[in-house]
Each structure stands twice: as structure tokens, then as C-alpha cells.
Design a protein around this ligand. Structure first.
Ligand SMILES: [Zn+2]
Length: 343
């Protein structure tokens, strides 16, 4: 097992956002990574500092103008010199029919909702989150790790809500999609299994018409729950991708047994697809006391989840994404990691 992270991921510190009728305190904070990093430390496991792989794999998924906005939007925002807030964030959302003339228009175009503000250091964290994920893909491409090894990427900010050209749901670059595409240089079939509390509509959208990347997700029903407009069972893909997008929306209030019954179905899809590599988007926001939870997974449940993943007997890259019960992140990650280590 190999674990990756990078210190630069702690720099992004969102201040606040407007959602569902009121101002909200951001839950996706640098402290999350501090807590996650305690898990390997307690267990005596080494964490490898991610090295830089570069921008090309990012641009293989995301539009150039969007990446340019993420990287330079803050400078353009502050250069206005007017009474602008400390973060790039507008309340105008117009992704289409918008020529992007001016930073406010670009923000309207490239931010899909209010939960993805861009501050002075956001890009540095966003970029290094993607680089951290790419390190695991690169190790597989270069055969630097044993076959069927498990690689864990402690990534922040998360990625699965990011679309080809828009940020949202605390996400900016779609790390799962970026590494799946990067892995395609060598591997024919990639399966992405997403067990975060929320549906990864960004991943779904990016691979919706493809059959070389399977996306299967277990998540809270999107009815009146983020991402609200995607994640239903009837969304199955299109064209040659039809059937290769498989959603399991859970009714809100699903218990742990129910969660695992959906996970087992998703894993059956992965087994049937017989991928060369499995990418697991792991969210600790399914944890019973998480402020985002609509189901009730226990700490021990994460160990069970890891054992199920390990039983696939494939090369697995885990991207740690959601999880906002900060005081339990270390304990829950320890439980998950121990599921891979134990026989
Ligand atoms: Zn989530």
C-alpha cells in the first residue's frame, strides 16, 4: 500500500458561501487534511510527498479557458480594484450564451454554484490535489508498484463534482476523471466506483458517452440533496456509453446494511466490467455523524468497505474526497486503511 499527499493542499481556505437560502460556514477546510494525515502517522505508515506530473493530464479533461480561470481568476478579480470581496464568487450563473468578457462573466460561466469560491491560494491547492492523484496513476503507468497494489491519495479539494468547464460542490478539478484518462494511455478499461455521500455528477457527465470508463455510484438520493439535478437511476449513459453509467441513489435515512447492499451491487458491476484499474472515490461523509450524511455508516463500516475493495483483486487507486465530521476523519481513515492491511 502506498499513500500520497502534498502540503500545498492545505492552502485553500474558503471563507463562506451562500446556499439554500442562507450564508453557510464552509465545511471543506484545511483542517480536514491535517486530521486525515494523523491516520497513517498513528499507524506508522509512510506518506509519500506527491511530485509534480504537470498540467497536460488536467487539460486532457478540462477546457483551457476554465483552467486559465482557476489559475488566474483571482488576480483578475483583485485587479478590478473596486470593492471586490476576497474570493472570486458571483451570484450570477450563466454557463451558456456567455462570452466570458470580464472576470464577473467568467465567474458566471465557470462556477456552477456558490460553493466553489477562489481565493488567493486556491489554485495552488487545486493543482496539487490533482498532482497528488496523478502520482498514483503515474506509478501504475511506470510499473513502479507491485501488481494489484493499493494506492491511497489524500486529496483536497475534492473533485467528483467538477465538470469539464465548471466548479461546484467544493470541487474544481475532477481528479478521478483526470487520472482515469491518464491511465488510458496504457490500460484499456477503467472502473470508477464512487461511494461518497453525494453523486459525482462531474464524472458522470465527462464519461457519459464512453464505454471504456465505467462509472458506478452509491449516494444519497439527489432529490433535494446535492447535486440535486443528477444522480438518478434512469441516467445510464448515452451512445456507446449507454449502460456504462450506473447509479444507486439511496433513500435518505438508509442504514449501514442498506448502504452495503448498494455497494455490493456497484461492486458486481465492477467485477462484470473486469477493469484493468479501479478508481475508488471515497467519501467519509457517509459516516453516521457527518453533517452531510443521509445514511449511517459506522467507523467499522469503513474497514468492511476496504475489505470489499481489496477483494476485487485489482490495482486500486483510492481518492479520499468528502468527509466533514472533522474530529472523526483520522479514526475513520484508520479503520479504512486497516481493512486493506488485515488478512
Ligand atoms: Zn460528498
Amino acid at each position: 500500500m502506498k499513500i500520497y499527499s502534498h502540503e500545498n493542499q492545505k492552502l485553500h481556505k474558503p471563507k463562506g458561501y451562500y446556499s439554500r437560502g442562507k450564508m453557510r460556514q464552509p465545511q471543506e477546510m484545511p483542517e480536514r487534511l491535517v486530521e486525515l494525515l494523523k491516520a497513517p502517522e498513528v499507524m506508522g505508515l509512510k506518506v509519500t510527498d506527491a511530485k509534480e506530473i504537470g498540467i497536460d493530464p488536467i487539460l486532457a479533461i478540462h477546457d483551457f479557458g476554465y483552467v486559465d480561470f482557476l489559475k488566474h481568476g483571482y488576480d483578475e478579480w483583485t485587479a478590478l480594484g473596486e470593492e471586490m470581496g476576497e474570493e472570486v464568487q458571483t451570484s450570477i450563473y450563466a454557463s451558456t450564451n456567455n462570452a466570458g468578457l470580464g472576470i464577473l462573466a467568467k465567474a458566471a460561466q465557470y462556477q456552477a454554484d456558490g460553493s466553489a469560491p477562489i481565493g488567493k491560494y486556491s489554485w495552488t491547492s487545486i493543482y496539487w490535489s490533482a498532482q497528488t492523484a496523478l502520482n498514483a496513476a503515474d506509478a501504475l503507468l511506470k510499473e513502479e508498484i507491485p501488481q494489484n497494489d493499493i494506492q491511497i491519495c489524500l486529496t483536497r479539494p475534492a473533485g467528483h463534482h467538477a465538470r469539464k468547464s465548471s466548479a461546484g460542490g467544493f470541487c474544481y478539478l475532477n481528479n478521478a476523471a483526470i487520472i482515469a484518462q491518464h491511465l488510458r494511455q496504457k490500460f484499456q478499461k477503467i472502473a470508477i466506483i464512487d461511494t461518497d455521500m453525494h453523486h459525482g455528477q462531474g464524472i458522470q457527465e465527462i464519461f457519459y458517452d464512453r464505454k471504456d470508463v465505467l462509472y458506478t455510484s452509491v449516494h444519497g438520493s439527489p432529490i433535494n440533496f446535492y447535486p440535486v439535478v443528477a444522480g438518478h437511476e434512469h441516467e445510464k449513459g448515452q451512445g456507446e456509453g449507454y449502460g456504462y453509467n450506473i447509479n444507486y441513489p439511496m433513500p435518505h435515512g438508509t442504514d449501514e446494511k442498506g448502504f452495503f447492499s448498494y455497494v455490493d451491487k456497484a461492486l458486481e458491476n465492477v467485477t462484470l466490467f473486469n477493469p484493468d484499474v479501479v478508481v475508488h472515490v471515497l467519501g467519509f461523509d457517509v459516516y453516521k455523524d457527518d453533517p452531510q450524511a443521509k445514511c449511517y455508516v459506522s467507523t467499522q463500516g469503513f474497514m468492511a468497505l476496504a475489505k470489499k475493495m481489496k477483494a476485487l483483486n485489482k490495482p486500486i487507486i483510492v481518492l479520499v474526497e468528502g468527509g466533514y465530521c472533522i474530529e472523526k476523519l483520522s479514526e475513520n481513515l484508520q479503520a479504512f486503511l486497516s481493512g486493506f492491511i488485515s488478512e
